[in-house]
Every structure is written in C-alpha cells, then in structure tokens.
Design a protein around this ligand. Structure first.
Ligand SMILES: [Zn+2]
Length: 159
C-alpha cells in the first residue's frame, strides 16, 4: 500500500496583473451576474467563455423552485457556446459572483457538476481551458480543469 499525492497548480494574482483578454472576460463575467435569475440563493454568478474564433459567450445562473431544474452560470455559458458555435473550441472561461451588494472577495470555484462539463468541453475540442476565477481581493488562474478534477471520469473511460 502506498499514498499518491496529487498537486494542483493555481496562479494567484491581482486583477491588474491579468492580460487584456483576461480582463475583458472578467468584465463580461461580472456583467453577466446582472442577468442571473437567483431568487433562492441570492448568489448571482456570471461566466464568460472565449472561443477560438474570438467570440465571447457569457451566461449566468438560472434557478428554479425545483432546485435541480436550474443551472449554473458555467453550464449556461458552455452549453450555449456549444449550441451556437459547435465547431469552435472554448479556450478561456472567467467566472465571477455577486452576493449582497458586492462581488465576492475571494474567487468562486465551479461546482462539481460544472467541473465535469468543463472537462467534457476540454475533451470535446482537445483543448485545455484556462479558467479565471475572479475575486475582489485576489483572482485565481488555472490552466486546465484537470487541476480541479483529479482522477476524473471522462470520454476515454468509455472507449
Ligand atoms: Zn455549477
């Protein structure tokens, strides 16, 4: 018997250290928080995806009184991107969240279901997706969802 340690690399930075395109995606993710329908959680989340054709698709969480019928900002965004531009890979994804009267101080990470959908999107287009998790005090940059989903179950497990 032995232990396996799995390391995760996350870049921690300030908003000002982001590149222009990363800033643009964060801005669009923040703007998308305004379109959230979150009467139950009051937690407005926005996401913005950059595609390899330079299009940016954004989306927000859409809740439902029957909770499982709603969906998160990340899935709203990635499913819409896949439906509208099925031939274009997603290369970056920014996420921001607004609670009360401010954006969260710390980054908001995607839930388990969204991590699985981000993984599927990476595998579908054979392209890692850079994930930018915005917080007012610090922002995280992750180079692939595999860093947030070790020992993942994906397409290759079914082949
Ligand atoms: Zn989610």
């Amino acid at each position: 018997m032995k232990n396996i340690e799995i390391a995760t690399n996350i870049i921690v930075c300030d908003y000002n250290e982001l590149t222009d395109i990363q800033k643009k995606l964060v801005t669009q993710a923040k703007e998308a928080c305004r379109t959230a329908y979150a009467p139950y959680s009051q937690f407005n989340v926005g996401a913005a995806a950059l595609l390899d054709n330079d299009q940016i698709i954004s989306g927000s969480n859409q809740e439902n009184a029957a909770y499982p019928s709603g969906t998160c900002a990340e899935r709203t965004t990635l499913f819409y991107a896949g439906a509208k531009y099925p031939d274009n890979a997603v290369t970056k994804l920014a996420i921001a969240a607004y609670k009360g009267d401010a954006f969260t101080a710390t980054p908001t990470a995607p839930c388990g279901a969204c991590r699985q959908v981000i993984l599927e999107t990476e595998h579908r287009y054979k392209t890692p997706i850079e994930i930018i998790l915005y917080g007012e005090e610090k922002t995280y940059i992750i180079t692939s969802i595999e860093s947030l989903l070790p020992l993942c179950f994906g397409k290759t497990d079914l082949e």
